[in-house]
Write a protein that binds this ligand. Structure first.
Ligand SMILES: *Cc1c(COP(=O)(O)O)cnc(C)c1O
Length: 379
């Protein structure tokens, strides 16, 4: 049997909406993007959403809005996809890593304040695997030091913690519609915010800093555009928005389906002494983006290989960013600096986890994971 690591859930409605755009003459950013932005902001319970080309660019644009530049420092987590820290590097600023909590993998708020210096200009928390960071605590720290919070919310569309959603305490929350995310158009992204001035800036910055989009220019009467500042090219297009817009009607159903699969995995691995799982907090609605198990670091790669041999799709989320060649070389990071992050990085294995998983596939994954982790070095 082969269980794919990921299968998207795009359906006939999504294809139909996409075909309607292809049959129209307007493929780039236009009405469908506007409609999607409105619906997405409504779902996220924020005032605004701006469609972009990726979360990477969303993070970068938000940092630019807050003026992040060379010699600035931005606090973030080393337990994330490299895109999070790379956005800071792209501004010429320095990512200041703070270790994560050992049980959740989320930024350890106890350690954030000690990392703040006069050079600190922003904080980027990541809601790892779909469970929110302690945003109340982070907000209090950020307010005290007058720092903007830009949430990397790629894993956390559906999450809440103590009644607070992503994007509500942060100044901005950034999302990705990359191929394996909970909502997808293959590639794409968005920023949600309650700040009208950030929203206005982003709408221009994603299109070279010009004042009128193509949709505005080709309306009833041609309108000249002005360029007020040097922007970028990072817009979401109508084809992507068409694929996304109906997924919002199903996103909560998918979250329920993933939660049910998580429950089965949890129960099946609870008795296995060779597996630990990240802690799910009681006061939190976990968006359950990916399911990772933690195994003995000494055997992780062996287990990884065996799972793959038996047809179980696997991934690593994540190897610590500070130990990636580029960061290690540039900032002389060493093993041992962020022990909780490194422990997770060395022990984690992500297994197949998506609404389309069939019962027989779930049973197979459980059987193989339990077998492989329990019979190490026996063949
Ligand atoms: C996927 C992901 C990103 C990057 O998203 P793109 O849209 O591919 O740029 C950034 N951060 C996290 C935590 C992610 O999972």
């Amino acid at each position: 049997m082969k269980v794919e690591f990921y299968k998207h859930h795009l359906n006939e409605d999504d294809k139909k909406a996409c075909l309607e755009v292809l049959d129209s003459y307007f493929l780039t950013t236009g009405k469908v993007v506007n409609d999607f932005e409105e619906k997405f902001a409504n779902y996220m319970q924020t005032k605004y959403a701006v469609g972009t080309s990726s979360c990477s660019n969303s993070l970068f644009l938000c940092l630019k809005y807050y003026g992040i530049q060379a010699n600035d420092e931005v606090i973030t987590t080393p337990m994330s996809f490299v895109a999070t820290a790379n956005a800071i590097e792209r501004c010429g600023a320095k990512p200041i890593f703070v270790d994560v909590e050992k049980d959740t993998g989320n930024l350890d708020m106890e350690k954030v304040e000690a990392a703040i210096t006069p050079k600190t200009k922003a904080i980027i928390p990541v809601h790892l695997y779909g469970q929110m960071c302690d945003m109340k605590r982070l907000k209090a720290i950020a307010e005290k030091h007058q720092l903007p919070i830009i949430e990397d919310a790629c894993h956390a569309f559906e999450a809440s913690r103590e009644g607070i959603r992503v994007g509500q305490l942060g100044d901005a929350a950034c999302f990705s519609f990359y191929a394996t995310k909970n909502m997808t158009s293959g590639e794409g992204g968005a920023v949600v915010t309650n700040d009208a001035s950030l929203k206005d800036w982003l709408s221009k910055a994603r299109q070279h800093g010009i004042t009128k989009s193509a949709a505005d220019r080709y309306g009833k009467t041609y309108q000249h555009y002005e360029m007020h500042f040097l922007g970028y090219k990072a817009n979401l297009n109508n084809i992507q928005a068409a694929l996304l817009i109906n997924q919002l009607d199903r996103i909560e159903d998918y979250a329920v389906q993933r939660a049910a699969i998580a429950k089965r995995y949890d129960a099946a691995f609870a008795e296995n002494p060779y597996i630990e799982c990240p802690q799910a907090l009681p006061d939190s609605k976990h968006a359950r983006h990916i399911y990772t198990i933690w195994v003995n670091p000494l055997h992780r790669d062996e287990i990884l290989g065996k799972l793959q041999e038996k047809g179980v799709g696997v991934a690593i989320n994540y190897r610590p960013i500070h130990l990636m060649h580029y960061y290690r070389e540039k900032y002389a990071y060493q093993t041992g600096q962020f022990p909780n992050t490194e422990r997770i990085g060395d022990s984690t294995i992500t297994i197949p986890f998506y609404p389309k998983l069939e019962n027989v596939e779930i049973d197979y994954v459980i059987k193989i994971v339990n077998e492989v982790t329990s019979n190490l070095g026996s063949d």
